[in-house]
Design a protein around this ligand. Sequence first.
Ligand code: PLP
Length: 392
Amino acid sequence: MSFDNDPLVTRMQGFGTTVFAEMTALAVRTGAINLGQGFPDTDGPAKLLETAAEAIMGGANQYPPGPGLPELREAVAAQRAERYSLAYDPADEVLVTVGATEAIAATILALVETGEEVVVFEPYYDSYAAIIALAGGVRRPVTLRPDAGRFTFDPEELRAAVTPRTRVLLLNSPHNPTGTVFGREELEIIAEVCREHDLIAVTDEVYEYLTYDDAGGGTAHVPLATLPGMRERTVAISSAGKTFSVTGWKVGWITAPPQFVRAAQTVKQFLTFTASAPYQRAVAYALREEREWVEALRVSLRAKRDRLSDGLTAAGLTTFRPQGTYFVQADVRPLGFGDGREFVRALHERAGIVAIPTQVFYDSDAGGPYARFAFCKRDEVIDEAVERLHRL
Ligand SMILES: *Cc1c(COP(=O)(O)O)cnc(C)c1O
């Protein structure tokens, strides 16, 4: 018996390999500059790394408790309380996960039944579509479009996307890949839709610290759960990867009312059960003690954002200077390219730079003209890329 012609994983047909893995492999194979996948090329705070190393050498190497180490759940609850005045009980309102990716997977698999709909803003992070499909759900995309230099949505389109079958609204802010940080007015509209239709909001806040447009303090990110009537219907997700430049550690968490945490944990216990005891301990330390390091990271990323945005503009692209995240969007048409895919191919062949055609994050064809560049790289790498852009 052979399985050669068996359509394995039919629920995931059309997903194939993630574009990030593909683009990173291309960059590694050809020695190109990788501005495709969003991972930093410098380490997180030294004491964080030491704490993990010490935890490993000190014997923290067996299964941690299913919901996560108590010290990490307490640190997460303290962070939400201090930063956003959101109170969560570490005993039953915090769940530690294997990165934000598992948090999203467990939450969607738990909350979405076959045929139920998930409203999601496109362009969206690629795991969303795959997980909604695995859950047997249906995604209802609402398109973000450029308006006054940033990407936002049309409230009427958002309202029209909700049907009696809609169960979840999935929101990512600060938003990858557009760099939009949703403001209070936009969040009010989203919250109103959730309240009116009794939706559960799932918020992906992995870039919660990486916002750039305020003068100081870094508080531009507003969690949806802080809006009236939203805490009780919101599953908030974040992770250590982006905040502490340890994307390979995969320590994430959910904060939500107990019934949602229980639902997500019911799924999570059969995905991974638990993971990463030494890293959990290190992240608990960093959430409490490394705020100054994170603020310095934010300031440094803001300068990198400007460095790359200015370089892309100088090369003739129309750039959308992001309010947050690791990424800048560029409209490639001013350079004579038909779309982002054609541009990204030429960029690799002629300039030795890998970027992502933004179209891959859309269901509709609204992403055609754009390419996404990551700026979470050393200044020399950004400068070399900017220099090479002129070969186009
Ligand atoms: C990086 C990223 C994730 C994944 O986070 P992990 O903690 O690495 O699993 C999730 N959502 C968005 C928007 C991201 O950019």
